[in-house]
Design a protein around this ligand. Structure first.
Ligand code: ADP
Length: 560
């Protein structure tokens, strides 16, 4: 049954209850009223007439007024004959009264008249008693039936009151629960309603919607699963090690390469807290410990291998949801680099001897032991000397660099007066400065403390600074050397007023083989890189301040 019909029935029933009860009440009351009316009209009025006639009878005879009064009440009585026997008694009364009218002074029939009136009286009194009993009966019967009907209707209304809310609340509850299940993505759940009403229609519509959502979810799930397996395959086939973690450092996935590197199987550690795994696994510990360290040396593939570690943070709508550690195997590059370094070391070492003998030969030529040189020959000898000096510098730098790269810097750190280092460096560049007529201004503080340094390497750095400064300073210019004490350190500073360095190149200036674009390629681009390595190996730090077109200041600190 439809909800609308149920509501109509329920409300209709209540309306019927009110109607039935109302009609019954009205009918019963009107029946009682009719009965009372009848008693009043048929019998009570007769009693009044009789009473009036008895009073008039007392005043007879000789009283015309009493006669008339009697006459008028008798007429009224004759018009109000309602009971059985009342007509006979009234006619008897009329006969006797007529006789009295003929002989007004004869009071012999007073008795008959009085008796006739008494008879009418008695008949009507009995009738009143009988009608009262009937009215009583009608009232009792109305009370009885009204009570019965009231009880039945009360039971029915009570039952309706108890059951009717459930007609609405039960399906509404079932619908609410069904919708809740859908909200919880439990799309397989269905709302089952037994009735066949609007709620059922609504439940069917919701079930259809859940079915569609289920279908959509499943098709999406299948798509997501497919995409997941595709990404997993790609990750697994990558040559780099890849480890995925969630934002709480729980392991999400490992590809085949990282499984091999870690010596762990993905299914053994998936979902585990990475620091827990790190307790048993050295590599995992190193991966988690040094977030910033990019290059890792790991024993993998039965040999020492080098990996470049990159930690990629994964975020969704600005919220960190995990990270991916990518381990790129750079062992082949390392091997090539090592081969290059070894080659450079061997070549530069092998070149040093012939260059030294060239220099020796040049010295002999200059000494004129081997004969006098004409002007052109002397110029050629000078040029060969310059070139061989440059060659020696380059091979020296290459050798130093290969030492740095192989980690073979031999340091002889000893307390050393800064003035000694300064002196040594100035002597070394004096000729170059003189050739360009450059003034070397020394601005060293007095009572400088000794520095903990390798004298030769530190002098080498200062010479490199000075050589560069002289190179980039115009003829007749000035280069200042400043040495000061600063917070337990000594600062060596070389200031020039040459062309300076563009700010975009400053961060690269200490990189190996870097030369500012446009520089005359006289050097190797290794001098500053080696300087940095030498200074840092001694526990110091190296810096540059430069303004393009104004000049540069290169400086380093050493511990005193
Ligand atoms: P090299 O001098 O052999 O090229 P360096 O490492 O000593 O190598 O210097 C690297 C580069 O830095 C130089 O090529 C030059 O472009 C720039 N540079 C170094 N010193 C100065 C300086 N005082 N003024 C301007 N540029 C400089």
């Amino acid at each position: 049954m439809k909800l609308k019909a149920k509501l109509t029935l329920g409300i209709g029933f209540l309306f019927l209850v009110i109607l039935v009860f109302g009609i019954l009440g009205i009918v019963s009351i009107s029946r009682l009223s009719i009965d009372a009316d009848k008693i009043l009209k048929n019998n009570y009025e007769t009693l009044v007439y009789d009473n009036n006639m008895l009073k008039a009878l007392d005043e007879l005879p000789g009283n015309q007024k009493a006669f008339n009064y009697f006459e008028s009440n008798l007429k009224k009585q004759e018009n109000n004959i309602t009971e059985f026997g009342e007509g006979d008694a009234t006619r008897l009364l009329r006969t006797n009264f007529e006789e009295l009218k003929r002989n007004p002074n004869d009071s012999s029939n007073y008795r008959e008249i009085s008796q006739a009136i008494q008879l009418i009286n008695t008949i009507n009194q009995n009738a009143i008693l009988r009608k009262n009993a009937t009215a009583q009966h009608t009232a009792n019967s109305a009370i009885f039936w009204l009570t019965i009907i009231f009880s039945i209707l009360t039971i029915l209304s009570f039952t309706l009151t108890l059951n009717f809310p459930a007609v609405i609340s039960k399906p509404v509850k079932a619908l609410a629960e069904g919708i809740k299940e859908i909200a919880n993505k439990n799309y397989g759940n269905r709302i089952v309603l037994e009735q066949n009403d609007e709620f059922k229609e609504l439940a069917d519509a919701i079930n259809t919607m859940a079915g569609k959502l289920d279908e959509y979810e499943n098709s999406n799930l299948a798509k997501i699963k497919f995409e997941k397996s595709r990404i997993e395959t790609i990750i697994n086939q990558m040559k780099d090690g890849i480890i995925g973690m969630d934002e709480n450092n729980h392991i999400l996935f490992l590809n085949a390469v990282s499984e091999k590197m870690l010596g762990l199987k993905e299914k053994e550690i998936i979902g585990q807290y990475a620091p827990d795994v790190a307790i048993q696994n050295d590599l995992m510990r190193r991966l988690l410990q040094d977030e910033k360290q990019n290059e890792l040396k790991i024993f993998a593939d039965k040999k020492e291998s080098y990996f470049n570690k990159e930690v990629i943070s994964v975020s969704n709508e600005d919220q960190l949801i995990g990270k991916v550690i990518v381990l790129k195997n750079i062992t082949p590059f390392h091997e090539l680099n090592e081969a290059k370094t070894n080659f450079i070391a061997t070549v530069s070492h092998e070149l040093k001897t012939p260059i030294s003998s060239i220099k020796m030969s040049l010295k002999l030529l200059e000494n004129k032991i081997t004969g006098n040189l004409n002007e052109d020959q002397a110029q050629l000898v000078d040029s060969i000397k310059d070139d061989s000096n440059r060659l020696l510098k380059i091979t020296g730098e290459l050798l130093n660099m290969s030492q740095v790269e192989t980690g073979n810097i031999q340091l002889n750190i000893q307390p050393c007066p800064p003035y000694d280092i300064l002196q040594y460096a100035i002597e070394a560049v004096r000729v170059q400065a003189d050739q360009k007529h450059i003034t070397l201004t020394v601005n060293a503080a007095t009572n400088l403390p000794k520095v903990k340094a390798d004298k030769e390497k530190t002098a080498w750095v200062l010479i490199n600074f000075l050589t560069n400064a002289i190179r980039y300073t115009n003829e007749m210019g000035e280069v200042t050397i400043d040495i000061q004490k600063e917070n337990g350190k000594v600062c060596f500073m070389v200031i020039d007023y040459g062309k300076g360095i563009e700010s975009k190149y400053i961060s690269k200036i200490f990189d190996r083989y870097f030369q500012v674009p446009g520089t005359i390629k006289t050097g190797t681009g290794l001098g500053l890189a080696i300087s940095k390595e030498f200074v840092e190996a001694q526990g110091g730090s190296i810096h540059v301040d430069s303004e393009f077109g104004v000049g540069s200041t290169f400086y380093f600190y050493l511990l005193s």
